[in-house]
Structure formats: C-alpha cells, structure tokens
Design a protein around this ligand. Structure first.
Ligand SMILES: [Zn+2]
Length: 505
C-alpha cells in the first residue's frame, strides 16, 4: 500500500529529474509541479523535506516513474494496461513545448554545430522516456563474425509481448482512424489509446528537403545509436524516384555524421509502413559500410564513380563530390533496374506485377557523397511463396519478416520469442529429453545435436549463436538478386554495362 504522502514525495523526485534534465525555469518548474499533482490527484504537495541527491545521478527516469505508476494503479486512476500511456502523460507534463525544443536545438546548432545539437536532442528523448532506454538495454546484442564483414545480431526484447487476454480485449476496442498512421504529424502530443502509443513526449525537428516540409525524429525503439526517422509532413505513399535521391543526399549534407536510407516501395522487400513517405538513418556504422568495393566499372560520367560492393547481397556503389551528378545518375540506375530482367538467373522485372526496386543508402565521407543502391526483387514462386529473394523457408524459425533497409545492411533485429526458445534448445543440447518434433526449430536442433551433447550451458549457447549467425549471413545471401557464383557475377557485370549504356544514351 503506497500512501498519499509517499507518492507526493515521489512526485517531488520526478520533478527534480525534470527540472535538471529539461533545464526548467522556476516558473515552468512550478507549472509542471502542479500539473503532476493534478495527474496523481493530489490537492497539495508533501510537507516533508525530500532528498533528491540521487535523482541527479540517474540517466533515465523509469525508476522514478515506477512507484507513481504503482500508486495510480492502486488508486484506480489507471488500469495496468494504461501504464505506458500514463507515464508519457507524466513526462509530457514537464517536457518543454515542441517550439521550445526546436528553438534550443537551433541555438546549440548555431553555437556548437549540428552534431552537438543532435546529441542534445537525443539525450532529451531518452530523459523524457520517449526512448525507453531501460527496455532497449535489455535487448540482446552480439557480433557475428563473418567473411566479408561482421554482422550485428540483436534480439529485440523491448517490445512487450501481449498476452491472449489483452489481445482479445484490443479486438473489442472501437476502430479509430486517428492519427492516420504512426508517422503522421498529428501524433505530436497525442494522448494515445490502448491500441496506439501515447505521444506527449514526442518531439521532432523541421527540415526542408526537395523544397518540401519534412521532419526528423528518433525511433522510440532505437535499433542502433541515434536511430532516426525522417518523414514527410504530408501523409502520402512511399515513392522512389530522383526526388528520393535528392532528399537523401540533402539530408546527409545537413547531417554529415549520419547515414540515411529508404526502404524499397514494394511489399516483402520494403519496410512495414508503405503508406507514409519516410526514411531511416542515424549515427551508426552499419556492417555494410565497412566493406570495400570489389570492382569499379566505367561509369560513363566523369563526375561519378560506379562500383560493385563486396557485400552479401547485390549493391551498386555510386560516389561523387557533385551531389547533382550523383542524384541524376542514381535516378538513371533506378529507372533501369525497375525494368531490368536477367532471366538466366531468375530475375524478372515484371510478371503479374512489378518486382524490382532499390533500397538506397546515402552517406558522406569528407566531400564525397556515397550512395549504395541495394538491388531488390520481390517475386514469389511455388518453391518460395514468401519470396525468391527473401529469407528461405529453412530460416523462418529465426526470421520470417521482411528484410528491410536495416537488415539489408547487416544489422539483424530478431524477434524476442527467440530468447525463451533458445533457452529451451540449450537444455535439449545439454541432454534433456524433450519432444521437439513439432517445434519450428526441429531442423536446427537436429543439426546442432550432431555435434554431441554440450557439456555446459555456455557451450550450448555458443553453438546456438553460431547457428543463428550463419543463418543471418545466409538470409542476406538469399536476398541477393545476383548470387556470388559464376552465372550471378556474369549477370551482375552485364547490368553494370547496361548502366553505362543508359548513362551514355
Ligand atoms: Zn501518416
């Protein structure tokens, strides 16, 4: 049982965190103080002297929020399922207004540069609990050594799995068409619902890209350092054309310490949201970015270098110091690829629907713009009903979802269920007698058992990880439209010749 006075002290501690990390003025602090009291339904603050010294050492507010959420639940202010909505409301009551955040960002940018300003904004998003960094830190992450470049494997535990009771309840909720999607402008400040996240702590920064209004915000799930989302103010479908390359390169002109890329606009090979134009970027060196160019080709344009990247899937590398030349060149490659077939290796641009698309990723190194175009194809057939150039069925126990931009670059985000399942597999490898004949992991377990009984849990875990690592490399190779065999390389080289011809034409 938490008493009124206890929670009133907790409110003082949370406020102290806000005052320090959001640099609240005396007036704004008092205003936030009263807003918090109201949310917790207290008519006055505590009269006790509250010790807040330890609060100043915290790098996330989640331990301060927990007892207030417990109290709110105890008093019936909220139900258990509403906790993520309520903590956003509490933090939102202290967080500076969107225009103030933009103003402060611009001030720091003016004084210390764009990187320092972004670092400040990123910290704000963690301090506000918009990025639930305590949950993110629970994710498993390891490096998978591999031939061309080490991959990064993460098991995502930060998205809580819903139980059946909750799923049933969510089904009964009325369908609301607002906000139109997770990336819409109208999310700003939205209180959320049981089936839509609260966004009182969402803040984003305005950008002008291709003379249009765009914004940049951080992803609340941060799959890697400073994982950002760049989105159009207008809710409109993803497109891929010259303007895309213009916006991506403009973005890295403004943020030269970041990469930015776009998912392809086709299902299977694209991202999960195709209805709202957006890109993803951030301050992280992707495994693909550590690879060298395997061979350079005649580009047909003295301003642009054209190469084949030494990576697991099929990447056309473009480099130039001239942004305009690069954008025009990329547009030609994109147009060519959309209609390009190489039937000798099973690449068909169109059957009942178009299949070809690119996944572009832009970066800047000094004065040089680098644009990697990952060639994608989403055709399916009887053998591969989920996609010929998609994770093949024997890998679906590890990863079944589409391989989007992030994974195409070698950072794998695997489902949270794997943690529990791998623990069970480890037991079996250590000799536990269990019937796994119906398990999705049956083939994997059979393969691993051939290595004999694992003496320790560590040994079992290491074997499982090694298996997952190999699987992820193999999945990337599955997505390659031109395989690394003789026929595949010949077909890929022919495509480079066709690029040259198209540019010269
Ligand atoms: Zn939208």
């Amino acid at each position: 049982m938490i008493t009124k006075n206890q929670v009133a002290c907790d409110v003082e501690r949370l406020l102290a965190f806000g005052v320090k990390n959001f640099a609240l003025s005396a007036e704004d602090a008092e205003f936030a103080h009263n807003a918090l009291l109201d949310l917790v339904r207290l008519s006055e603050p505590t009269k006790d002297e509250v010790d807040v010294a330890d609060v100043y050492l915290l790098d996330t507010p989640h331990t301060l929020l927990a007892p207030i959420l417990d109290y709110a639940e105890q008093e019936g202010i909220i139900e258990s399922a509403e906790r993520p909505l309520y903590d956003a409301k509490l933090m939102g009551a202290m967080l500076p207004k969107p225009s103030q955040v933009i103003g402060e960002y611009n001030r720091i940018k003016e004084e210390k540069g764009v990187q320092a300003a972004m670092d400040w904004f990123y910290k704000l998003c963690i301090d506000s609990n918009y990025i639930r960094i305590a949950d993110v830190r629970r994710n498993l992450e390891w490096k998978a050594s591999a031939e061309k470049a080490d991959l990064v494997i993460t098991v995502n535990l930060s998205k809580p799995e819903k139980d059946n009771k909750e799923i049933a309840r969510l089904k009964l909720l009325p369908q609301v068409a607002y906000p139109r999607c997770m990336l819409c402008f109208e999310n700003l400040g939205y209180a959320g619902r049981l089936n839509f996240p609260a966004r009182q702590t969402l803040r984003f920064l305005p950008l002008t890209l291709s003379e249009e209004e765009w914004y940049v915000q951080f992803s609340p799930y941060v799959y890697y350092n400073q994982h950002c989302i760049v989105f159009s103010k207008e809710h409109r479908a993803m497109t891929m054309n010259e303007k895309t390359f213009d916006r991506l390169t403009q973005f890295v002109t403004e943020f030269p310490h970041w990469f930015v890329g776009s998912n392809a606009c086709l299902p299977i090979v694209g991202g999960s949201i195709l209805t709202h134009e957006h890109y993803q970027g951030g301050g992280y060196e992707m495994p693909m970015h550590t690879c060298e160019v395997a061979e350079w080709f005649e580009s047909g344009d003295s301003e642009v270098r054209l190469g084949r990247l030494n990576w697991y899937n099929s990447v056309v590398r473009l480099e130039s110091t001239s942004r305009e030349s690069l954008v025009a060149y990329a547009a030609k490659v994109n147009e060519l690829w959309k209609g390009y077939s190489a039937p000798e290796v099973g690449v068909l641009a169109e059957t009942d629907a178009p299949h070809n698309a690119v996944t572009p990723v832009a970066r800047k190194k000094g004065e040089v713009y680098i644009l990697d175009l990952v060639l994608r194809n989403n055709r399916t057939d009887e053998t591969y009903p989920d996609g010929i150039f998609h994770a093949h069925p024997e890998h679906h126990n590890i990863k079944k979802e589409g391989i989007g931009l992030i994974e195409a670059m070698g950072l794998f985000i695997l489902p949270g269920r794997l943690q529990r399942e791998c623990a069970e597999i480890a037991e079996i490898l250590m000799g536990k007698d269990a019937d796994y004949s119906a398990s999705v992991h049956k083939d994997m377990i059979d393969t691993l058992k051939k290595q004999g009984v694992a003496a320790t849990r560590e040994e079992a875990d290491a074997r499982i990880r090694a298996f997952i690592n190999e699987t992820c490399v193999d999945i990337l190779r599955n997505t390659a439209v031109f395989k690394e065999d003789e026929a595949g390389l010949a077909a890929f080289r022919k495509f480079f010749q066709e690029i040259y011809k198209a540019v010269k034409a």
